[in-house]
Design a protein around this ligand. Sequence first.
Ligand code: ARG
Length: 470
Amino acid sequence: MTTPSDTSPNNKGQSLWGGRFSDKPAALMQAINVSIGVDKKLASQDLAGSRAHARMLIDKGVIGAEDGAAILKGLDTIEAEMLAGTFPFRDEFEDIHMNIEARLSELIGPASGRLHTARSRNDQVAVDFRLWVRDACDHAHAQLRALQKALLAKAEDEADTLMPGFTHLQPAQPVTFGHHLMAYVEMFGRDATRFSDARGRMNESPLGAAALAGSPFPIDRHATAAALGFERPTGNSLDSVSDRDFALEALSAASICALHLSRMAEEIVIWSTPQFGFIRLSDAFTTGSSIMPQKRNPDAAELVRAKTGRIFGALTSLTLVMKGLPLAYSKDMQEDKPPVFDAFEALNLALSAMTGMVADLTPNRERMAAAAGAGFSTATDLADWLVRTLNLPFRQAHHITGAAVKRAEVLGVDLPGLPLIELQAIEPGITDAVFSVLTPSASAASRSSYGGTAPDQVRGQIKRWKDLLS
Ligand code: ARG
């Protein structure tokens, strides 16, 4: 195989841009500059961009048919090498763009040098990275839909399962487990549309912006945009090579999604403690302890919770890389990729692990139902009954109910266990009809307002989502 210096266009032992230089870069320059270890991930995007660009240049007569055919064939060979794992990724060629160009030069000779006509690495990296982020958004969207489907299936099974609803993590009012799971279906539904909205905005092609000012060649930016699945070319060449909003927006969507995942992960951690005992995680998503034989640790949930830190870190990192950069391209922007790659890898894992945990978890219905009635959780139902039946102002009903809870606490009973005579001592108008509203199941069934916890409402929402997702 020929050495890099033999194949570089200037043959002086320098890089592809070495014409203006007499000396090689310092080793330290190469060390800080090199990005191939990271941006090799953009190989297939770079090939797609190069093919679209080459075909357009051939169509416009900027590259002759013979050279054009050689370039396209060379790109095919490079793709085959990449698939076979034999492509030589080399640090001395700095990044993915120059690695591919250098290899093309080795494969087809001087004709390779025509591919970079009317193009710069600035628009090249912008198009590659957009294509990668667009795919990442599509993948996250699909994963969110899968997670929603797992939640819907569980919610359907648990539409009647009572559990305590909390505020301040204190028992508030009974809800159903299905209703609780459906809250996450809503959250992940918004997350999915954040990714699709971001996709819509990013779907413009920067290819042809060249270095920053556009190109004097008769290029067809609409053709390359269409070939790469973009809606249209970007409208301003300076913006095209300096914008990384698309990545920031994807990271924002990823961050909010990770935040939602962390809330659900936290609930799974709490629910699976022996103290709560609301759910049992499957063995597949639990780990043991090397010292304490009784342990079943919810490591997957904890790691999903922790991935949020990495993902928000990535958003902060790229935001600070971009802050204050003058137009157009600056090399700072090469630091855009590591946080994005890392964040989406973390998000993929978190979404898959959460989907697996949800599909596999087993609720302890008896335990949840027992907890649903604890903590005087139907006190609001008593107050509402006083308003409806005795026509009392809610504030007065609230006060009477507070007194009833106080009395029940003294007697060591729950609200349905408080003797009628005790209730009548507080409010003489109370009759034994009140007991029909004091059970957790009556409480949940009564909350049948749109979006409420009543099992029929929950089933209605499950159906609505199933239709939406089918
Ligand atoms: N590796 C570079 C990056 O990721 C590609 C663009 C380089 N452009 C330049 N003018 N040096 O940003």
